[in-house]
Ligand binder design. Structure first.
Ligand SMILES: O=C(O)c1ccccc1N[C@@H]1O[C@H](COP(=O)(O)O)[C@@H](O)[C@H]1O
Length: 207
């Protein structure tokens, strides 16, 4: 039996974080990208992290954040993992004293094996949909057949996942984990407890 883990990203409120955990999320994501409609302030993020019970991984999402700003933030909030969703080099992602994921936005010409080689220090590679001009959170799926089988690193599948498509996605891609944001919202930045519950129930039915 393979367990597929779930991360619910773009949490902006304590009540949504607790509802995500209640639904069975393994990880929650906090978006520190000011241009996102799901961006959180440090104060918001601190309140969310403080409210969480044990054994829930907190992931901070960043898009090309300058190193000094990132380090200043990390000194003030105990995030477990960093998710880099911009044009960060492996050097930008490293040296923060935490494991990290790199998001790769997939399109036909993406060489995923080469990307895994470049980001070989990453704990996992997150695969998201390529949409020009948007670093992520597009709510769109990509062609999962572009993902080679037996990649050397754990895959976190993202991009347009919902309770309606996540089982098929898991069957086709066999990722280590799935990551959802827009597919479990009722409006941007506000999560829907029932959609989160339905999403994780579908993930667990694939076990
Ligand atoms: O959520 C955002 O606004 C966002 C902004 C910039 C980069 C990434 C962002 N979100 C991440 O994108 C993927 C897919 O999201 P969706 O399920 O398609 O809405 C996920 O990792 C989000 O956390």
């Amino acid at each position: 039996m393979t367990i597929v883990r779930s991360k619910i990203c773009g949490i902006t409120r304590v009540e949504d974080a607790l509802a995500a955990v209640h639904a069975g999320a393994d990880a929650i994501g906090l978006v520190f990208y000011p241009k996102s409609p799901r961006a959180v302030s440090l104060v918001q993020a601190q309140a969310i992290v403080r409210a969480l019970p044990p054994f829930v991984t907190t992931v901070g999402l960043f898009v090309n954040k300058p190193r000094a700003e990132l380090n200043a933030l990390l000194a003030q909030i105990p995030l477990d993992v960093l998710q880099f969703h911009g044009d960060e080099t492996p050097e930008d992602c490293s040296g923060h004293g935490r494991p990290w994921f790199k998001a790769v936005r997939v399109q036909a010409e993406t060489d995923l094996l080469a990307q895994m080689q470049v980001y070989q220090e990453a704990q996992a590679i997150l695969l998201d949909t390529f949409v020009a001009g948007q670093p992520g959170g597009t709510g769109q799926i990509f062609d999962w057949s572009l993902i080679p089988k037996h990649l050397p690193k754990p895959i976190i599948l993202a991009g347009g996942l919902t309770a309606d498509n996540v089982r098929q996605a898991i069957a086709e891609v066999q990722p280590y984990a799935v990551d959802v944001s827009g597919g479990v919202e009722h409006s941007k930045g506000i999560k829907d407890p029932e959609k989160m519950r339905a999403f994780i129930a579908q993930v667990r039915q694939t076990m």
